[in-house]
Design a protein around this ligand. Structure first.
Ligand code: GLU
Length: 460
């Protein structure tokens, strides 16, 4: 049997960390077993679904290189299919029309609450005579379609790919709605039709979906279809062990892109939010993750979202890129500030990469290589107030071959001539040339900068 997984987001918001992780694990699962990965947009809720969110989800998936093999399918374009199987279920008596109005349903729940009973549909419309149903349909009364949950179904069990055996008593379920009175399918119903129709073999999703799974199993049974294997992944928590939210810095995936995280790093980080691959290691390439993937490695405990770990992983992935590739990735961030990337900038990358958390940091740490109008930090400002001499230094440097060794020699000689302490003078030169009080080795930094840029600033 070939493996087929899917990611089925509802476009009611951006692709957030939890959704991206779900997508990623379905992707890894498919790729590990040489199967395929389907993207399906579950947009049947017209009030909450928005086309711009669908678009954004696709963009974020592409950015993360979660390349789907099939789709995107849109549930809103598949209504005929849902209708067809709903009719089949009605004909076979596995589902029935429910004419109850929202007011009636509310009254029913009210009465149940008053008696201390659990609130659930009491099945009253399943007892209508066929003639009465016919009369109501012909009279144009709106109706929903409910699944007739078999009274004697007993325990619904499945062997969860992540959590192991799970059992839920069917007595806990009422005759739930498959198709709403406005004709739209419910999530539980459409998901079954689609997973079956698309040949999905394995479903990995968040554990918040566990209560839905027995309902879906009942729909599969009513249609006489084999259900896929289900796996429910633990939630993602913030560092304070509460459910992950914006408060923890978790935002839409595109926000990480805009902050200057590499998609490779985000991919790596998301994978660690669900599984432990090797306890002694946290940096992996996509290919390594595919090879190491094993559904038995998916964690049973909630994963904790740790932004520091994301920074660390991002830095490690930046270091894995060649300097020219990294500069290419920095380019949009420089351009966003109106800066132009030039070939010599590549030489600064090895000097700065250790200090960079994100791609954006390069532009901020080294604004002085893009413009003469760079920022001067507070401490550099204080250093500059010392007004050490620089006359003649530019000429001395101009005569020196442009490498760290000769630059250092020239600077030392100048300091000696003027009786200045290198410990005080060199930071002054750094402040003059870069506006910064900290940075990489001064001589290597000057070497990496164009000579005329350095001389110009000394003369200024
Ligand atoms: N549309 C559902 C969601 O976004 C899909 C859940 C599932 O994977 O079955 O939560």
């Amino acid at each position: 049997m070939s493996v087929k997984t899917r990611f089925a987001p509802s476009p009611t918001g951006y692709l957030h960390v939890g959704g991206a992780r779900t997508a990623l694990f379905n992707y890894l699962f498919a790729k590990k077993y040489g199967g395929s990965f389907v993207l399906r947009i579950e947009d049947t809720d017209p009030e909450r679904s928005k086309p711009e969110y669908s678009e954004q989800i696709l963009i974020s998936m592409k950015w993360l290189s979660l390349d789907w093999d099939e789709g995107p399918y849109y549930q809103s374009q598949r209504m005929e299919l849902y209708k067809k199987f709903a009719e089949k279920l009605l004909e076979e008596g596995k589902a029935y029309r429910c004419f109850c109005t929202p007011e009636e349903l509310e009254q029913m729940r009210e009465e149940q609450r008053a008696k201390g009973l659990p609130t659930r549909y009491d099945g009253r419309c399943s007892r209508l005579s066929p003639e009465e149903v016919k009369r109501r349909v012909e009279a144009g009364m709106p109706y929903a379609i409910r699944l007739k949950v078999p009274q004697d179904r007993g325990v619904i069990a499945w062997k969860d790919l992540v959590k192991g055996p799970i059992e839920i008593d069917s007595k806990e379920l009422d005759d739930f709605v498959l198709v709403r009175s406005d004709g739209t399918p419910t999530y539980n119903y459409a998901v079954v039709i689609d997973d079956y129709d698309m040949g999905i073999t394995h479903v990995l999703r968040g554990e918040d979906h566990i209560p839905n799974t027995p309902k879906q199993i009942l729909i599969y049974e009513a249609l006489g279809w084999k259900a896929p294997a289900f796996g429910h992944m633990p939630m993602i928590l913030g560092k304070d062990k509460t459910k992950l939210s914006k408060r923890h810095g978790a935002v839409g995936v595109e926000a990480y892109r805009d902050e200057g995280f590499l998609p490779e790093a985000m991919f790596n980080f998301l994978a660690l939010l669900g599984a432990s691959f090797d306890p002694n290691r946290d940096v992996y390439t996509k290919q390594e993750l595919i090879e190491l993937f094993d559904e038995n490695k998916i964690g049973l405990h909630p994963a904790v979202f740790d932004p520091d770990k994301l920074y660390h992983i991002n830095r490690e992935h930046m270091k894995m890129l060649s300097t020219s590739e990294l500069l290419e990735r920095i380019k949009p961030f420089a351009e966003a500030k109106g800066y132009k990337v030039e070939p010599f900038h590549e030489q600064l990358i090895p000097l700065l990469v250790e200090r960079m958390h994100t791609l954006k940091d390069f532009v901020e740490l080294a604004d002085y290589i893009f413009t003469d109008d760079y920022t001067v930090d507070q401490k550099a400002q204080e250093i500059l107030e010392k007004n050490f001499p620089v006359e003649g230094l530019a000429d001395m440097l101009a005569a020196a071959p442009w490498d760290a060794e000769h630059i250092e020699a020239a600077l030392r000689e100048y300091a000696a001539q003027k009786e200045l302490k290198p410990r005080e003078y060199f930071p002054y030169i750094r402040a003059v040339v870069t506006g910064k009080s900290v940075g990489p080795s001064l001589f290597h930094l000057l070497e990496a900068m164009p000579k005329d840029m350095v001389l110009r600033r000394l003369k200024r």
